[in-house]
Design a protein around this ligand. Structure first.
Ligand SMILES: [Zn+2]
Length: 299
């Protein structure tokens, strides 16, 4: 079985050797402080590339890898980061070429592929559950809202910026657009909306019946259901995963109740939503390696 390396660059760096769609040996992360803050904001892109190369030194690599996959937030095409709102220093960078060069002295020539982090997580989720033969969609609830799909398909797929409301006052999205899903669900957007409360407190106060928070929590779920319903109407039913640090706030019964109101066409009823908090690093590294391996086979 071909050995690959999966790397994820999100709010921190993670890497692992991936054999047979699973992490083999240790998953290394940097910084390893439990997370919570974005350690990569403002760090120059070439410093991050060097840190990735250094991180790989910590992996137990028993067999020469044939492919390396890297997952990164943003719009990525042909190895080039066209945009990355949360890691602006990467914009315009040919990440595939930079990483291949940084790794060449150690590994020689090997297949490198770069993919959107949410797409990588969707591939990782598909690989881990034996779903590589079907359409998988994934919402990543973090600072922003990521949308991933497997198999990868041509297109932009910035569904985190789906329009879920026509209210012009809804303008908290990181991209500046009005009415976007991320403008309601994203961590940054929630902090802008509730200047006096952290998201944890908003959800706790909603539990306790505080009316402004109760209304917001309904809106938050309705927004996710709306964007999911739109995706079901565009791409069909199937499996939808919800992950990321804020997946812990999701009430699955509420999502299903709203989806039930929004998706009525009978051929579209066979959708299912699953909430999977945690293990983002593992999913992203597995998925990045799966996508790299598939790309290497096609080449
Ligand atoms: Zn937006």
């Amino acid at each position: 079985m071909a050995h690959g390396i999966g790397i994820s660059v999100t709010e921190r760096l993670a890497a692992a050797v991936i054999v047979d769609y699973t992490v083999t040996g240790n998953l290394v992360v940097e910084p390893d402080d439990g997370g919570g803050t974005n350690s990569l904001i403002g760090v120059p892109a070439d410093t991050i590339v060097q840190r990735i190369a250094a991180l790989l030194e910590r992996l137990e690599i028993k067999q020469a890898p044939t492919h390396v996959g890297l997952a990164l937030p943003g719009i990525i095409r042909n190895g080039i980061v066209e945009d990355s709102p949360n890691l602006v220093q990467f914009k315009g960078l040919n990440m595939q070429a930079s990483l291949a060069e940084a790794l060449s002295s150690r590994f020689g020539k090997l297949a490198v592929s770069v993919t959107n982090d949410a797409n990588a997580m969707a591939a990782g989720m598909a690989a881990g559950r034996g779903y590589l033969d079907r359409l998988i969609r994934l919402w990543f609830l973090g600072t922003g809202i990521g949308f991933g799909r497997y198999p990868q398909a041509d297109g932009v797929w910035e569904a985190g910026h789906s329009i879920v409301t026509l209210d012009p006052k809804e303008q908290f999205c990181g991209c500046g657009g009005k009415g976007h899903l991320e403008g309601i669900m994203g961590l940054r957007a929630m902090r802008l909306r509730f200047m006096d409360l952290e998201p944890e407190e908003v959800f706790a106060q909603a539990e306790a019946g505080e009316s402004r928070c109760v209304e917001f929590v309904k809106l938050w779920h309705r927004a996710l259901a709306a964007a999911t319903a739109t995706s079901i109407h565009m791409s069909g039913p199937g499996k939808v995963f919800v992950t990321g640090p804020n997946a812990k706030f999701v009430s699955l019964p509420l999502i299903n109740e709203y989806l039930n109101e929004m998706v009525k066409l009978s051929p579209l009823q066979s959708y299912s939503v699953e909430v999977v908090p945690g293990s983002e690093d593992e999913n992203a590294t597995i998925g990045a390696a799966v996508i790299a391996s598939q790309a290497a086979q096609r080449a």
